[in-house]
Design a protein around this ligand. Sequence first.
Ligand SMILES: Nc1ncnc2c1ncn2[C@@H]1O[C@H](COP(=O)(O)OP(=O)(O)OP(=O)(O)O)[C@@H](O)[C@H]1O
Length: 242
Amino acid sequence: MVSINVENVGLVYRLRQKISLARKTPAVQHTGGRVSEAGGRKTVIALEDLSFSLEAGDRLGLVGSNGAGKTTLLKVLYGIYEPTMGKVEMKGRVDALFNISLGFRKEATGRRNIVLRGLINGWSLDQINDRMDAIIEFSELGDFIDLPFKTYSQGMAARLAFSVATSLEPEILLMDEWIGAGDARFQEKAKRRMEEIAEKAGIIVLASHNHGLLKRTCNKILELDKGRLKAFLPVDSWEETG
Ligand SMILES: Nc1ncnc2c1ncn2[C@@H]1O[C@H](COP(=O)(O)OP(=O)(O)OP(=O)(O)O)[C@@H](O)[C@H]1O
Protein backbone atom coordinates (compact mmCIF):
# COMPACT_ATOMS: atom_id res chain seq x y z
CA MET A 1 0.00 0.00 0.00
CA VAL A 2 1.31 3.43 -1.00
CA SER A 3 2.18 5.79 1.86
CA ILE A 4 4.45 8.60 3.02
CA ASN A 5 5.56 8.91 6.61
CA VAL A 6 7.69 11.84 7.76
CA GLU A 7 8.90 11.82 11.35
CA ASN A 8 10.66 14.72 13.07
CA VAL A 9 12.49 15.60 9.88
CA GLY A 10 15.05 18.39 9.81
CA LEU A 11 17.26 19.58 6.97
CA VAL A 12 20.19 21.94 7.45
CA TYR A 13 22.10 23.37 4.51
CA ARG A 14 25.75 23.89 5.47
CA LEU A 15 27.44 26.61 3.46
CA ARG A 16 31.08 26.50 2.46
CA GLN A 17 31.82 30.19 3.02
CA LYS A 18 32.81 31.46 6.43
CA ILE A 19 30.75 34.63 6.70
CA SER A 20 30.31 36.63 9.88
CA LEU A 21 26.78 37.25 11.11
CA ALA A 22 27.95 39.90 13.56
CA ARG A 23 25.72 42.57 12.06
CA LYS A 24 22.02 41.93 12.53
CA THR A 25 19.81 42.51 9.50
CA PRO A 26 17.54 45.40 10.44
CA ALA A 27 14.56 44.49 8.25
CA VAL A 28 11.93 41.97 9.38
CA GLN A 29 12.50 38.67 7.60
CA HIS A 30 9.40 37.17 6.05
CA THR A 31 11.17 34.80 3.72
CA GLY A 32 13.57 31.87 3.95
CA GLY A 33 14.52 29.43 6.65
CA ARG A 34 16.63 30.40 9.64
CA VAL A 35 20.26 31.38 9.10
CA SER A 36 22.69 30.61 11.89
CA GLU A 37 26.41 30.17 12.44
CA ALA A 38 28.09 27.17 14.01
CA GLY A 39 31.85 26.79 14.26
CA GLY A 40 32.32 29.79 11.96
CA ARG A 41 30.23 28.12 9.22
CA LYS A 42 26.95 29.54 8.07
CA THR A 43 23.99 27.17 7.99
CA VAL A 44 20.39 27.51 6.83
CA ILE A 45 17.81 25.54 8.78
CA ALA A 46 15.41 24.80 5.94
CA LEU A 47 13.23 22.20 7.68
CA GLU A 48 12.75 21.61 11.38
CA ASP A 49 10.96 18.89 13.34
CA LEU A 50 8.49 18.12 10.58
CA SER A 51 6.06 15.23 11.05
CA PHE A 52 3.10 14.19 8.92
CA SER A 53 1.83 11.19 7.03
CA LEU A 54 -0.11 10.64 3.82
CA GLU A 55 -2.01 7.63 2.62
CA ALA A 56 -3.23 6.28 -0.71
CA GLY A 57 -5.56 8.74 -2.42
CA ASP A 58 -4.13 11.87 -0.79
CA ARG A 59 -3.42 14.97 -2.86
CA LEU A 60 -1.36 17.29 -0.67
CA GLY A 61 -0.91 20.99 -1.37
CA LEU A 62 2.33 22.44 0.05
CA VAL A 63 2.11 26.15 0.86
CA GLY A 64 4.27 28.76 2.57
CA SER A 65 6.08 32.00 1.70
CA ASN A 66 9.25 32.15 -0.41
CA GLY A 67 11.95 30.08 1.22
CA ALA A 68 9.56 28.37 3.66
CA GLY A 69 11.01 24.98 2.68
CA LYS A 70 8.54 23.58 0.12
CA THR A 71 11.10 22.64 -2.56
CA THR A 72 13.48 21.34 0.08
CA LEU A 73 10.74 19.07 1.43
CA LEU A 74 9.97 17.75 -2.08
CA LYS A 75 13.68 17.01 -2.58
CA VAL A 76 13.84 15.19 0.76
CA LEU A 77 10.78 13.12 -0.23
CA TYR A 78 12.37 12.32 -3.60
CA GLY A 79 15.59 11.25 -1.88
CA ILE A 80 17.81 13.97 -3.40
CA TYR A 81 18.65 15.10 0.16
CA GLU A 82 19.03 12.89 3.20
CA PRO A 83 17.31 14.55 6.14
CA THR A 84 19.78 15.87 8.69
CA MET A 85 17.42 14.66 11.42
CA GLY A 86 14.43 12.34 11.63
CA LYS A 87 13.29 9.82 9.03
CA VAL A 88 11.25 9.56 5.86
CA GLU A 89 9.45 6.38 4.79
CA MET A 90 8.13 6.27 1.22
CA LYS A 91 6.18 3.22 0.08
CA GLY A 92 5.53 3.30 -3.68
CA ARG A 93 7.22 4.21 -6.97
CA VAL A 94 8.11 7.91 -6.83
CA ASP A 95 8.22 10.28 -9.82
CA ALA A 96 8.98 13.98 -9.64
CA LEU A 97 8.36 17.04 -11.79
CA PHE A 98 10.51 19.81 -10.35
CA ASN A 99 11.61 21.61 -13.44
CA ILE A 100 9.79 21.67 -16.75
CA SER A 101 12.80 21.30 -19.00
CA LEU A 102 14.75 18.92 -16.77
CA GLY A 103 15.57 15.81 -18.75
CA PHE A 104 14.31 17.23 -22.06
CA ARG A 105 16.66 17.73 -25.00
CA LYS A 106 16.19 21.24 -26.37
CA GLU A 107 17.10 20.35 -29.96
CA ALA A 108 14.97 17.19 -30.09
CA THR A 109 11.29 17.26 -31.07
CA GLY A 110 8.54 16.71 -28.54
CA ARG A 111 7.94 13.25 -30.02
CA ARG A 112 11.63 12.31 -29.73
CA ASN A 113 11.68 13.62 -26.17
CA ILE A 114 8.76 11.36 -25.28
CA VAL A 115 10.80 8.39 -26.53
CA LEU A 116 13.89 9.50 -24.59
CA ARG A 117 11.93 10.04 -21.39
CA GLY A 118 10.23 6.69 -21.80
CA LEU A 119 13.55 4.89 -22.26
CA ILE A 120 15.00 6.65 -19.20
CA ASN A 121 12.00 5.39 -17.26
CA GLY A 122 12.65 1.84 -18.35
CA TRP A 123 9.91 1.41 -20.97
CA SER A 124 10.54 -0.70 -24.06
CA LEU A 125 10.15 0.95 -27.50
CA ASP A 126 6.92 -1.03 -27.98
CA GLN A 127 5.51 0.25 -24.69
CA ILE A 128 6.47 3.81 -25.65
CA ASN A 129 4.86 3.49 -29.08
CA ASP A 130 1.70 2.08 -27.48
CA ARG A 131 1.37 5.17 -25.30
CA MET A 132 2.68 7.75 -27.76
CA ASP A 133 -0.67 8.80 -29.26
CA ALA A 134 -2.34 9.12 -25.87
CA ILE A 135 0.52 11.25 -24.53
CA ILE A 136 0.45 13.54 -27.57
CA GLU A 137 -3.32 13.81 -27.45
CA PHE A 138 -3.30 14.71 -23.76
CA SER A 139 -0.63 17.39 -24.33
CA GLU A 140 -2.75 18.98 -27.11
CA LEU A 141 0.47 20.14 -28.78
CA GLY A 142 -0.76 19.19 -32.27
CA ASP A 143 1.82 19.89 -34.99
CA PHE A 144 4.24 21.28 -32.41
CA ILE A 145 4.99 17.73 -31.28
CA ASP A 146 7.27 17.46 -34.32
CA LEU A 147 9.07 20.75 -33.64
CA PRO A 148 12.11 21.05 -31.35
CA PHE A 149 11.43 21.38 -27.61
CA LYS A 150 13.23 24.75 -27.60
CA THR A 151 10.40 26.26 -29.66
CA TYR A 152 7.84 25.57 -26.89
CA SER A 153 6.45 28.25 -24.60
CA GLN A 154 6.63 27.58 -20.86
CA GLY A 155 3.05 26.37 -20.79
CA MET A 156 3.59 24.09 -23.80
CA ALA A 157 6.68 22.59 -22.16
CA ALA A 158 4.65 22.11 -18.98
CA ARG A 159 1.95 20.29 -20.97
CA LEU A 160 4.48 17.87 -22.47
CA ALA A 161 6.29 17.28 -19.16
CA PHE A 162 3.01 16.67 -17.32
CA SER A 163 1.61 14.38 -20.03
CA VAL A 164 4.73 12.21 -20.07
CA ALA A 165 5.21 12.07 -16.30
CA THR A 166 1.61 11.16 -15.56
CA SER A 167 1.63 8.45 -18.25
CA LEU A 168 4.43 6.70 -16.37
CA GLU A 169 1.73 5.59 -13.93
CA PRO A 170 3.49 6.94 -10.87
CA GLU A 171 2.32 5.78 -7.46
CA ILE A 172 3.70 8.89 -5.79
CA LEU A 173 4.02 12.07 -7.86
CA LEU A 174 5.93 15.08 -6.47
CA MET A 175 5.44 18.40 -8.26
CA ASP A 176 6.74 21.92 -7.92
CA GLU A 177 5.01 25.20 -8.70
CA TRP A 178 5.42 25.01 -12.48
CA ILE A 179 2.22 23.09 -13.10
CA GLY A 180 0.57 26.53 -12.81
CA ALA A 181 2.25 27.34 -16.14
CA GLY A 182 -0.52 25.49 -17.99
CA ASP A 183 -3.57 27.53 -18.96
CA ALA A 184 -6.91 27.23 -17.15
CA ARG A 185 -8.25 24.52 -19.48
CA PHE A 186 -5.12 22.41 -19.19
CA GLN A 187 -5.10 22.85 -15.42
CA GLU A 188 -8.63 21.45 -15.35
CA LYS A 189 -7.48 18.40 -17.37
CA ALA A 190 -4.38 18.08 -15.19
CA LYS A 191 -6.58 18.17 -12.10
CA ARG A 192 -8.70 15.29 -13.45
CA ARG A 193 -5.60 13.28 -14.28
CA MET A 194 -4.21 13.88 -10.78
CA GLU A 195 -7.51 12.71 -9.34
CA GLU A 196 -7.25 9.56 -11.45
CA ILE A 197 -3.74 8.89 -10.15
CA ALA A 198 -4.92 9.46 -6.58
CA GLU A 199 -7.99 7.25 -7.17
CA LYS A 200 -5.72 4.44 -8.34
CA ALA A 201 -4.37 4.50 -4.80
CA GLY A 202 -1.58 6.96 -5.52
CA ILE A 203 -0.36 10.05 -3.66
CA ILE A 204 0.34 13.50 -5.11
CA VAL A 205 2.32 16.27 -3.43
CA LEU A 206 2.09 19.64 -5.16
CA ALA A 207 3.95 22.79 -3.99
CA SER A 208 2.39 26.04 -5.19
CA HIS A 209 1.68 29.67 -4.37
CA ASN A 210 -1.53 29.41 -6.37
CA HIS A 211 -4.12 28.85 -3.64
CA GLY A 212 -6.96 28.57 -6.16
CA LEU A 213 -5.15 25.73 -7.95
CA LEU A 214 -4.50 23.93 -4.66
CA LYS A 215 -8.10 24.30 -3.52
CA ARG A 216 -9.30 22.83 -6.81
CA THR A 217 -6.73 20.02 -6.88
CA CYS A 218 -5.87 18.89 -3.36
CA ASN A 219 -7.68 17.24 -0.45
CA LYS A 220 -5.10 18.21 2.21
CA ILE A 221 -2.90 21.26 2.84
CA LEU A 222 0.42 21.46 4.64
CA GLU A 223 1.61 24.97 5.45
CA LEU A 224 5.27 25.63 6.22
CA ASP A 225 6.59 28.68 8.02
CA LYS A 226 10.38 29.09 8.05
CA GLY A 227 10.81 25.33 7.78
CA ARG A 228 8.33 24.47 10.53
CA LEU A 229 4.92 22.91 10.18
CA LYS A 230 2.33 25.64 10.67
CA ALA A 231 -0.77 23.71 9.65
CA PHE A 232 -1.71 20.30 8.27
CA LEU A 233 -5.40 20.06 7.57
CA PRO A 234 -8.15 18.99 5.14
CA VAL A 235 -8.55 21.48 2.29
CA ASP A 236 -12.14 22.25 3.39
CA SER A 237 -10.92 23.53 6.77
CA TRP A 238 -8.18 25.57 5.04
CA GLU A 239 -10.80 27.11 2.76
CA GLU A 240 -12.54 28.42 5.86
CA THR A 241 -9.38 29.88 7.42
CA GLY A 242 -6.92 30.24 4.51
N1 LIG B 1 21.28 24.80 -1.95
C1 LIG B 1 20.99 25.57 -0.91
N2 LIG B 1 21.96 26.00 -0.08
C2 LIG B 1 21.67 26.76 0.98
N3 LIG B 1 20.43 27.15 1.32
C3 LIG B 1 19.44 26.76 0.54
C4 LIG B 1 19.64 25.95 -0.62
N4 LIG B 1 18.43 25.71 -1.21
C5 LIG B 1 17.52 26.34 -0.44
N5 LIG B 1 18.11 26.97 0.60
C6 LIG B 1 17.46 27.72 1.68
O1 LIG B 1 16.52 26.85 2.30
C7 LIG B 1 15.33 27.56 2.65
C8 LIG B 1 14.16 26.86 2.00
O2 LIG B 1 14.24 27.01 0.58
P1 LIG B 1 13.20 26.30 -0.43
O3 LIG B 1 13.73 26.48 -1.81
O4 LIG B 1 12.93 24.95 0.05
O5 LIG B 1 11.91 27.21 -0.20
P2 LIG B 1 10.51 27.27 -1.00
O6 LIG B 1 9.44 27.24 0.04
O7 LIG B 1 10.48 26.25 -2.06
O8 LIG B 1 10.59 28.73 -1.64
P3 LIG B 1 9.91 29.39 -2.95
O9 LIG B 1 8.45 29.57 -2.65
O10 LIG B 1 10.62 30.70 -3.05
O11 LIG B 1 10.20 28.48 -4.11
C9 LIG B 1 15.56 29.02 2.20
O12 LIG B 1 15.99 29.77 3.31
C10 LIG B 1 16.66 28.92 1.17
O13 LIG B 1 17.45 30.10 1.23
